[in-house]
Design a protein around this ligand. Structure first.
Ligand code: ADP
Length: 305
């Protein structure tokens, strides 16, 4: 059956659980609303029929995992994600498979990603950017302390739950270092957010790639579009390597925000501020950062915008 054809038709998915004594238990989930699709997964709301607990299920069709690289990538995503527990990381719950698919059950984030938020809102107020980015930094500090680099930090991987808390998700490109000074060489990331040292590929990359992407995120939320965006990927990469970006005159931005972005978006990764240095920058110190924002901010900009 074409897996695309029944996108929104509720159906039952069964998980077979083999108990210690060899007995088989069946757990049923109602596969409900389609939440979205990524590079290799489709995501649905799943309801545990016994407990009524609702979660998000990433469904990966096994037939798409024929190449060993794809299988390895999925196994690495599961291994890294299941080892993490943090308030601002999408909680990994459980995974299982049946004949056709692998199912990854995750904490449900009802309010979509910062990508959809920005699309609706065009750009955000700096106080909101402070609120979201301080939560992202908290998640990154936790990951880096556990020697995990996310490597695909972008608006589309930053979800909002019903309390409007930010939850970092999609560990498909994440990497766990064996030791702190280790350098990674695989070219990965998403064009607009990719750090120059990843593109150069000469001396490898490390935690600083996430700091670079954070800088791109802060710029994008305040200005309304990514700093290096062009209509084709090659030109975007050229711009990233040349550090060619500017602050448009027509968009208001504080000196503190400009200064912080300029300090983060620096070609030399060792010259970028650490996450603690970022939190101690004037941009974060000047304001009373709200812990969370009301859901009404999803649709309508604050009146000063
Ligand atoms: P891929 O690894 O294939 O890129 P993603 O992790 O990006 O897949 O998920 C694909 C889409 O599913 C996302 O863009 C989003 O719309 C939706 N999604 C993913 N995780 C969740 C979640 N925890 N809660 C709600 N929706 C989610």
């Amino acid at each position: 059956m074409d897996p695309q054809s029944n996108q929104n038709v509720p159906s039952i998915v069964e998980e077979k659980i083999t108990k210690h004594n060899g007995d088989i238990q069946i757990r049923q989930y109602l596969k409900g609303k389609f939440l979205g699709k990524g590079g290799f997964a489709r995501c649905y709301e799943f309801t545990n029929q016994e407990t009524n607990a609702v979660c998000a299920a990433k469904v990966v069709v096994k037939a798409s995992l024929t190449k060993s690289r794809a299988k390895q990538k999925l196994m690495s995503e599961i291994k890294i994600h299941r080892s993490i527990r943090h308030q601002h990381v999408v909680q990994f719950q459980h995974f299982f498979e049946d004949a056709e698919n692998v199912y990854i059950l995750l904490e449900l984030c009802q309010n979509q990603s910062l990508n959809e938020l920005l699309r609706r809102r065009k750009r955000l107020h700096e106080l909101e950017v402070l609120c979201y980015s301080s939560q992202i930094i908290n998640a990154l500090k936790y990951l880096h302390a556990h020697r995990i680099i996310h490597r695909d930090l972008k608006l589309g991987n930053l979800f909002l739950n019903e309390k409007m808390e930010v939850k970092l998700g999609d560990f498909g490109l994440a990497s766990k270092l064996d030791f702190d000074g280790e350098k990674k060489r695989t070219i990965c990331g998403t064009p607009n957010y990719i750090a120059p040292e990843v593109l150069e590929g000469k001396s490898g990359h490390s935690y600083e790639v996430d700091v670079w992407s954070l800088g791109v995120i802060i710029y994008t939320l305040i200005i309304g579009k990514p700093p290096f965006e062009t209509s084709d990927v090659k030109t975007t990469y050229k711009r990233i390597k040349m550090n060619a970006y500017s602050f448009p005159d027509h968009v208001p931005i504080s000196d503190a925000a400009k200064d912080l972005i300029s300090k983060i978006l620096i070609g030399d990764p060792s010259a970028r501020p650490t996450l603690d240095e970022i939190l101690n920058h004037d941009f974060f110190r000047t304001a009373n950062i709200p812990k969370a924002l009301p859901p009404s901010f999803l649709a309508c900009p604050p009146s000063s915008q």
